[in-house]
Design a protein around this ligand. Sequence first.
Ligand SMILES: Nc1ncnc2c1ncn2[C@@H]1O[C@H](COP(=O)(O)OP(=O)(O)OP(=O)(O)O)[C@@H](O)[C@H]1O
Length: 696
Amino acid sequence: MWQLINSHSYMLLRQRLSTSKRNVYLSNIIKNSPSNVVKRYISVVKTSKENCTKSGLLLLCSPWKLCTGVSLGLGVKYFISNGSVYCKAAPSSRIVQRRVQTDNAKFDWHKLFSYLGPHKLLLVAAVASALTVAFLNVYIPMMLGVIVNVLANLRQNPGADFLEEIKLPAIKLLSLYIGQATFTFLYIHLLSQVGERVATHMKQDLFESILRQDIEFFDRERTGELVNRLTVDIQDFKSSFKQTISGGLRAITQIVGSAVSLLVISPHLTGLTLVCVPSVVIGGTFIGSLLRKLSREAQTQIEKATLVAEEAISNMRTVRAFAGEKMEAQMFADESNAAAELSMELGLGIGLFQAGTNLFLNGMVLGTMFLGGHLMSTGQMSAGDVMAFLVNAQTVQRSVAQLSLLFGAVVKGVSAGGRVFEYINKDPKMDTSGKKIIKYHEFHGDIEFKDVEFAYPSRPNAVVLKNFNLKIPAGKTVAIVGTSGNGKSTIAALLERFYDVNAGKVTIDGVDIKEFNAEWLRGRAIGLISQEPVLFATTVKENIRYGRPDASDAEVYQAAKTANAHEFVLGFPDGYDTMVGERGLALSGGQKQRIAIARAVLKNPPLLILDEATSALDSASEKVVQTALETAAKGRTVMVIAHRLSTVMNADLIVVLNKGNIVEMGTHEQLKKLKGFYWNLIKQQDQDAKAKATDS
Ligand SMILES: Nc1ncnc2c1ncn2[C@@H]1O[C@H](COP(=O)(O)OP(=O)(O)OP(=O)(O)O)[C@@H](O)[C@H]1O
């Protein structure tokens, strides 16, 4: 059951300790059962590798959980003996990368008001309806009190006309009930309209903001995190918004209104009632802040569990190929157990708080009844007054309890909203305000890298290119070759302006690419065909059309013909309407690549980047794709990045890269004669091919 912790698990433990701000409790030497451990728990220490020299048990839980005994079994996960850390089950071996800045996300009130602005009329109407309901809720008990007094009088005067006496108060009460129902419907309906519109608007802004971010942002952030903000966080924020406006406003108004009417009925009784309310409010605020912290931790943990699932599902083939299902399931179980623990703790906190509040307020009602009875017996209050008082006191009680209930929702909504606004307000670092566009017929396609220096923003100290100079003349095909990790794809990424250079510049037709309109540069001027073409889960036709949504069917077919794709597409039962599956999984590598070429060709870009476009294909597919590429390249400036030298032999210029520097340059024949780096690359590839042939 207990096993020595491995380095991954240790990192996982360390990460959990350092990222959660909760304390870690080290108990004294392990006895037989968790209950013994709890009894013997003595000191609070900060955990570091050093104090693993002590023997003891690590409980990843808060004092709250220790006191209440909740999920003690789950809490005991690690123990230390003679300097070694042991863990209970086999914990996951991959460390789940945590989102950046989660806990720093601030709620932007100003931004919220800017979203509410366009719907202010609806909102005002919703708030007015909610307040009307609140006032009616306060007034109705008074009317009930009047009716009780009428009934009490009838008992004292048996001959009086019942219908005559009761008619007017009953009609008034009925009107109040109808008003209450109407305004309840109105505020729920209007609020739902405002909530949905605001949430939809926020969701669209968030998505647009994500799409605007630099590529560097996507290097750091994970898909699951971004999707979570778009779905779970927006949903949480919306529900919290609705609950807070409807429940919160109503509760506060009812508390104030009922308090006033209580004062009118009996100042003595009101004193007793109101003395208790501030203690509930102060207690609520304090506990609310604790719950807010816990809620944030729980949400982050839930997100981590989602990330694990999302990553496993989207990489199912790799998971299957490495028989990683058990590991993924274990990791998901670990993360979701941790999330469940936090959520249970949160539920426990909210439950205890609400139960405590209710008990306290019910005690208050009981006290009111005693004092009310006493005041009735001395003739200071009528039965109707006591009745109205009790119902109003109950309204106060219900409203205060409702406010306490709302703490959870507000807490959740504020932290979810903070996370949404964090990204909505995030401006990309890259300045893309350049406006320049070159008309198609004026475009030459001369490319130049001038004294370029570049390091990826996520690794600023690892310089990939330094004093890099390269000219690609218009209409020529230039191949960049070299061993892996030398910076070949980086050159393409800089030309696409996925990143900005740290020094020097990249120019097209003598103009710094920073001056170009970025959308035009990437969408119109450059076509990229990469090693792993990404297709969207739609039809073949829509995938080809992605680069130019306004293209006609005839243009799509023509592009497919240029890319050698037309025939195989027509071979599918649904032809161009065939669904390609998620990320094009329903197509072979070569087919996917040819669709990607058609997509690039349809854009008709004057510059074409082929980044290892054939390296994932077998030699039969490679030949077909290579022919397609050669047709597509005609009349354009082409940058080819390739491992396989056979694919670049015909290039006008071959550039050999080593550690980010150009070490050789020339045609295939010229470079071969040099017997330098290029020659070695050819020899290496020949040897690899021979070894492969012998193996098979
Ligand atoms: N997004 C990124 N963030 C940080 N570093 C990166 C990133 N992409 C690449 N690198 C690093 O930059 C260096 C150059 O990578 P690049 O992809 O340009 O090499 P390459 O020559 O194209 O390699 P390959 O032939 O294997 O594709 C490598 O050390 C790589 O680890």
